[in-house]
Design a protein around this ligand. Sequence first.
Ligand code: HBI
Ligand code: FE
Length: 290
Amino acid sequence: MRDKMRTSDKHGLAAGAAPARADWTIDQGWDAYTAQEHAVWKTLFERQTKLLPGRACDEFVAGMRQLPIGPDQIPDFRRLSEVLMRQTGWQIIAVPGLVPDEVFFDHLAHRRFPAGNFIRKADELDYLEEPDVFHDVFGHVPMLMNPVIADFVQAYGVGGLRAQQLGVLPQLARVYWYTVEFGLVQQKDGLRIYGSGIASSYTESVFALESPSPNRIGFDLERVMRTNYRIDDFQEVYFVLDSLDDLLELATIDFAPVYARVGRQPELRPGDLNPADRLVHRGDGSYHAR
Ligand code: HBI
Ligand code: FE
């Protein structure tokens, strides 16, 4: 979840500072990480690794297993990129924090995933201001090892540049949010996490699957495009895929007619229910009622 922005501007730069490079990339600075920073990574990694069996989807577990990601050190993006490049053609580039949308989309469209090189403080383990190296590497990189997600995220980059021109970026951003960031998938052995925002969050990994509070609804593209989301707290709704392969179709269809239909319908609040919803779980809203 993204809370109040840091003292710097939205993009994590000291207010007013221009990025060193036009594409906002920086060197990861792996040698400069302190023992304290590696220790924060270790705490987050060990906590999450204990929690995810039976909660993370099979694709996440498989991806993590093939990557040079372990407890003792913040991973080196160059080593992650070597493995990712062979598997799905992706590479990890370091950025100082959130980058402008069009920069972000251009990177994704070229299979370059921007990952924050900084890590949260030891006293703010569950309080994420911007995507840090744990959210981006632990949460996103294992899923980029999966060919369907790899194609989908690239298609999102291509679509994002176009959506900006069409003025429908908010609708498309919801699709990314409710899948790549906060998506659930129905496996034979139960509901599982594939969204990186959940997989990298100790508290939300439990809430998303077990809390009676949120709605859990079968994924539907138009329904998701109409649905606002929370950035400051747990989600009030999670959308469930029957299989990650359902995203393949989204990576290939023309969104223009969908944008047009969605544009003629009212937006939905995160907690709203719609008559056509395929309800996996009707939430009681108890968490957000507080
Ligand atoms: N920048 N580094 C980074 N990481 C993100 O996830 C990110 C971003 N910039 C824009 C952005 N996400 C979203 O606003 C777009 O998905 C719309
Ligand atoms: Fe993310």
